[in-house]
Design a protein around this ligand. Structure first.
Ligand code: FES
Length: 103
């Protein structure tokens, strides 16, 4: 089973089994982690803010203009910030490590 590693807001890392072709936000939300994802994945809220482990950043699709402008409104922005709803979970990123950004 494909997996992702999710560090929650308490700093605890979890190994999570996941299906391909869902977004990282959907996987994390559906497993019951604390992630708001208020807009449901329309790239309109920035409450699915994640930090991507640096070893995995280059394997992701490049950030597009919509994601970039929404990320600009997120708090605690870092160089490895991405929106979880804009990243599809595929075989190429099986094993990816992410951290849920602060509320
Ligand atoms: Fe709203 Fe990702 S869920 S921007």
């Amino acid at each position: 089973m494909p997996i992702i590693y999710v560090k929650d807001r308490n700093g605890q890392e979890h190994k999570v089994e996941a299906d391909y072709n869902l977004t990282l936000m959907e996987i994390i939300r559906d497993k019951g982690f604390e992630i708001e994802a208020t807009c449901g994945g329309c790239c309109a809220c920035a409450t699915c803010h994640l930090y991507i482990d640096n070893n995995w950043l280059d394997k992701l699709e490049k950030i597009n203009d919509d994601e970039e402008s929404m990320l600009d409104q997120a708090f605690d922005l870092k160089k490895n910030s991405r929106l979880g709803c804009q990243i599809e979970f595929t075989e190429e990123i099986d094993g990816i490590k992410v951290e849920i950004a602060p509320d």
